[in-house]
Design a binder for this molecule. Sequence first.
Ligand code: PHE
Length: 346
Amino acid sequence: MLDANESLRDEALVRIDQCASEEEIEQVRIEYLGRKGILTLRLRGLREVPVEERPRIGEQLNRLRLLIEDRLAARLSQLKKQAQERAIREESVDISLSGSRWEPGRVHPVTLMMDEIVDVFLGMGFEIARGPDIEDDYHNFEALNMPKDHPARGMWDTFFVSDDLVLRTHTSPVQIRIMEKRQPPLQIIAPGAVYRHDDDATHSPMFHQVEGFMVDSHIAFSDLKGVLTHFLRQVFREDTGVRFRPSFFPFTEPSAEVDIQCLICGGQGITADRQSCRVCKGSGWLEILGAGLIDPEVFRFVGYDPEKVAGFAFGMGVERIAMLKYGIEDIRLFFQNDLRFLRQFS
Ligand code: PHE
């Protein structure tokens, strides 16, 4: 009987040491100490042991029970500790690794240019307005004095959304939307995206314009000249030469194309090395924007009396102005999102 208890002890301790998980420990505990466990049954069998041996064997079995309980608890806490150490090792952060820098974002150069343009007009008392990018035929063309099938519409390479809807080809429809709702005096600046199917180094299918217009009882061409000259001298140089050249737009009469003296050759048309200037193509002038006095027909469309009101309007391309100001030769740079390009503006 004593030998049997000794081999039971050896076997139990080996089993406990081999346990590799909490579940296995529990299994071994049940096997030895459970209701029908080996040791439990032996303790119960004491009744059959001769009385004189009972105390000694009983004491031995009880000590064995305590030993097994101890070992099970020890193995369990050992396993838990190992699991914790493993978790710490696997989740640990290597603080010697170099970090990854999170660069702050910055404002896109087109937005910067647009804000700069708008700011000059805010300084002259203009008010900001916006219109939808998806515009109806009426506001983009019809009310701007371009009837259906009129050849003037050919000036705008239009993206059609449906028979009646287009991606606006210019910001001029904002003029109509504002005048429909409000009465003069008006002094409005309308920045935003416009769309034309054209794609090369100087044309992008999506680009930005800033529209401006002023309507009151006595607006003359000289007001347009004064406002635009001040604007151009703020954005470019204080002494920039400005030229108004006769042109045509269906919604202005008279119309003008506004030029500034070339920023590269200073209006000479020839660079220092006696070459013809590449930027102004030798003319000495750069075309900057379109403008004119609002056509009486446009006033009729919005319900104004052309005998009682007068106004001027102008529209300019934001990317074009940024390209001339910063000497950027390809408009696509604005939209390729190359950080080496974008980082240079702030
Ligand atoms: N809308 C014209 C364009 O896109 C520019 C313009 C605006 C011309 C206002 C005259 C008056 O080319």
